[in-house]
Design a protein around this ligand. Structure first.
Ligand code: ADP
Length: 805
């Protein structure tokens, strides 16, 4: 059959003109024409290639089935037969050797309608199929990639629809199906036209945008225009959730802002601190300048003070020497008077210093007692009468009618200020005089007892005056208007400072009005309460009489090694009906208070074995064994200078009585101590009370001190005559043995005894001996001792005579 076919094929060979051949060859797909038996009449190159042949010639005039595997050839015959029978084209796909082939068999009819030939074209879809698959896979990969992205991905179209949204999108916003982008994204933006993705679409360019949804999440969106698989333009939006980053950025920004705020604030604080530091250092510099000035002032003060101390001290030494050498009694008295004056001015310098330091250390408190203003003024003026009359100056005063006379306040301190101002006024005035005017500054409408009043005290003089530029400085401590070395008037420069401080304590102010060459007025205000006349009177009585205070029958312990003092004090006490136990030293006093209970102790300060201060300390010690460690203790002492009081107080004493004992003072001090009051502000100084000159004898003074009681003086005289010769003997032997402590004690005792009986000179010399014993100055002490022996001898004789007369 094959042969037959071949023969017929050969026979039915059709020639192909050039055009048909060209058409055949130009086809990309394989094409050939065969007769119904499969004999290839004409073919193109693609057909030869498909069959695995090199040229068309190898194919033409051959049986097509011979090129095909058996099973493929069978199917092909079947399909050809199908086309012949159906007289229509047959199209079918076939997989041969991993190739996808699409065949099209088209029957060709002769004029009689018989199928004589068949045109077969084959398309190799293998590559096409393969790229289709690749494309599909690629698309799948892309979708997988987009689905698994940790951010939103969606495809936005010009009609605002979202046709694709990835899993992240759907999870967060839900499915966008059937919604426009505004609904799908729950976008709160009102103007969709200004929306960057739309702008990206319109301008066909990529855009980036940070967008925050209605729930506060922020996405960084990248909008890229592209064409979808259907060829439609759209925007692919890729969004990364940057909420956390944004929040962190915001927090960072806030922290940064806060930091900046803090830096600003800190800078401000630093600037403030810096300016404060600058101020401080400026203040420091000015304080340093002030301190410098103060140091200079203090140095000047020290120089001045040393001058003030040396001048009277030189006088004391010089005059004493003259007195010691002089045999002329009246000359000696004169020298000694001047010694006394110099001593007094020395004491006043020292008192000034003590006063000032005490007030400055705020250790001074004012009394609050009823006092008579006129009497206080009179006594302040009395002190200056001699001086003013010596200088032929007037000394006047005037008190306005509305000034109450009885006030409650501190009369001693008021007097001190007045004395100071008047004494300055007198000192700096050579012509005219000084007047003191007291007026009422403020008071309630109808002032009565207990009301507060403010008074002004003005001390006016017609003296040298003070230049304007010095008026401020003189109130400063240690400064004087005339600070030249050659200044005419003495003074410590502390007076006005003390006055200023005292006036401040009286809640007032001290001011000055002065014109150089014309005079000055120093005026100060002070606050008082209107007092009660009756209280002024009662106070005086109280100082005199213990009994009126209900203090009778006291049990008194008297400790004094000086027999004379012991006798005097015990007599004064016994006379008032008190019981007295006498001991001779501090140790015995301590023993006594351990055994017995007393109401009060009168204690000499200087005693053998144990002095009064040590004894007081021992008694005050709660473990001392004393029955009453709080018992009132009053010192009896010749150490009555300022500053001693503090020593007694510090040891625990309540008050002191200055030797030689004065009756009124003795009783009033006891009354005060029994009333529990501490040492009063009324400074008792040896100086104020000391006689102006050392007469050999001052019997009247002695009598006055004993309240005019001659009997008492006689008793004192008897004891003096009895004890003093023995004490003098003892003193001489202690000095011979250089036992300075005991010698000093005896000299001290002789001093007190002598002064009690009015043997002033003996007392003064004994004081000298005491002084030199303290200094352990053998020569001077021995010299003084000789004089003392003579003085005591004179005194014994004088008193014996006086008693007999
Ligand atoms: P002192 O104790 O040295 O007198 P004050 O403080 O009382 O010190 O006075 C200081 C200075 O003030 C005096 O040295 C004097 O220069 C001046 N002064 C005080 N009162 C008067 C006055 N009434 N007239 C002139 N100068 C005075």
């Amino acid at each position: 059959m094959s042969d037959k076919l071949n023969k017929s094929t050969t026979r039915s060979y059709v020639s192909i003109d050039e055009t048909s051949r060209a058409l055949l060859d130009s086809a990309v797909e394989s094409s050939f024409v065969m007769d119904v038996n499969g004999h290839i009449l004409a073919a193109n190159k693609a057909a030869a290639l498909l069959m695995g042949l090199k040229s068309v010639e190898e194919l033409e005039n051959h049986d097509v089935y011979s090129f095909l595997p058996e099973d493929v050839a069978a199917i092909r015959r079947e399909k050809v037969q199908d086309a012949i029978e159906k007289r229509a084209s047959v199209r079918f796909e076939e997989e041969v050797d991993d190739r996808n082939l699409v065949h099209s068999i088209v029957p060709v009819f002769n004029p009689w309608g018989d199928v004589v030939r068949l045109a077969v074209s084959t398309l190799d879809l293998t590559e096409l199929r393969k790229s289709d698959e690749d494309l599909r896979r690629e698309q799948q990969r892309q979708i997988f990639f987009m689905e698994s992205l940790p951010g939103i991905v969606y495809h936005l179209y010009p009609d605002k629809s979202i046709r694709y949204a990835n899993r992240y999108f759907r999870k967060y916003f839900g499915s966008p199906k059937g919604k426009n982008c505004k609904e799908a994204l729950e976008c709160s933006k009102s103007d969709c036209n200004a929306c960057p993705p739309m702008a990206a679409m319109e301008q066909d360019r990529a855009v980036e945008w940070d967008w925050t949804d209605s729930k506060g999440r922020t996405f960084h969106l990248q909008c890229s225009p592209m064409t979808d698989s259907a060829g439609e333009r759209m925007i692919m939006v890729l969004g990364i959730d940057i909420t956390a980053r944004k929040r962190a950025e915001d927090d960072l920004q806030k922290a940064h802002d806060r930091l900046e705020d803090r830096v600003r604030q800190r800078t401000k604080e630093l600037e403030k601190a810096n300016s404060e530091l600058t101020n401080k250092s400026m203040r420091l510099v000015s304080a340093m300048k002030k301190a410098d000035a103060a140091t200079r002032a203090k140095s000047a003060f020290l120089a001045n003070m040393s001058h003030e101390i040396r001048t009277p001290l030189n006088a004391v030494l010089g005059m004493t020497e003259l007195a010691l050498r002089s045999v002329n009694e009246s000359k000696r008295t004169n020298y000694l008077q001047r010694v006394m004056q110099a001593g007094n001015s020395l004491l006043s310098v020292i008192n000034d210093i003590l006063d000032f330091s005490k007030i400055e250390a705020r250790k001074l408190t004012l009394e609050k007692i009823d006092f008579d203003l006129r009497k206080t003024l009179d006594s302040a003026m009395d002190i200056h009468r001699t001086q003013t009359s010596d200088k032929s100056l007037f000394l006047d005063n005037s008190i306005a009618d509305d000034v109450p006379n009885v006030l409650v306040g501190d009369p001693y301190r008021l007097k001190q200020v007045l004395i100071n101002l008047v004494s300055n006024a007198v000192k700096f005035t050579e012509q005219g005089g000084v007047s003191i005017d007291i007026s009422l500054v403020s008071a309630p409408p109808k002032p009565k007892k207990g009301d507060e009043v403010v008074l002004e005290f003005a001390v006016t003089d017609t003296g040298v005056g003070i230049p304007k530029d010095k008026q401020k400085a003189i109130f400063k401590s240690f400064l004087q208007a005339d600070d030249s070395v050659t200044r005419k008037h003495g003074g410590t420069g502390l007076g006005l400072s003390i006055c200023t401080l005292l006036v401040e304590l009286m809640q007032g102010r001290l001011r000055i009005a002065s014109e150089e060459g014309k005079g000055s007025t120093f005026a100060f205000t002070a606050k008082f309460i209107i007092g009660d006349e009756a209280n002024v009177a009662r106070d005086i009585e109280a100082t005199l009489d213990l009994e009126s205070l209900g203090l009778s029958n006291l049990k008194v312990l008297l400790a004094d090694d000086n027999k004379l003092n012991l006798e005097l004090a015990s007599t004064l006490l016994i006379e008032q009906g008190h019981n007295v136990v006498c001991v001779e030293n501090g140790a015995q006093a301590l023993e006594a208070v351990k055994k017995d209970r007393f109401d009060i102790i009168l204690m000499d300060v200087q005693m053998p074995i144990m002095d009064g201060i040590s004894a007081t300390r021992a008694i005050r010690n709660p473990n001392s064994g004393a029955t009453d460690p709080k018992i009132p203790i009053v010192a009896i002492t010749a150490h009555a200078l300022k500053g001693d009081k503090e020593r007694f107080m510090e040891a625990g004493m309540n008050d002191y009585i200055a030797k030689p004992i004065k009756m009124t003072e003795f009783y009033s001090t006891l009354a005060r101590a029994m009333h529990g009051a501490d040492l009063c502000g009324d400074e008792k100084t040896g100086a104020e009370d000391a006689p102006c000159a050392v007469d050999s004898f001052n019997r009247q003074g002695a009598l006055d001190m004993l309240g005019g009681r001659k009997d008492l003086l006689t008793r004192m005289d008897e004891i003096f005559l009895r004890d003093i010769p023995g004490e003098l003997e003892e003193l001489i032997s202690y000095m011979a043995n250089h036992d300075w402590e005991e010698a000093k004690r005896l000299a001290h005792s002789i001093k007190g005894s002598s002064r009690t009986v009015g043997a002033e000179r003996a007392g003064a010399v004994a004081e000298q001996v005491e002084f030199f014993c303290k200094q352990k100055d053998v020569n001077s002490a021995e010299e003084e001792l000789k004089i003392l022996e003579a003085e005591v001898k004179t005194a014994l004789q004088y008193i014996t005579d006086d008693m007999q007369s």
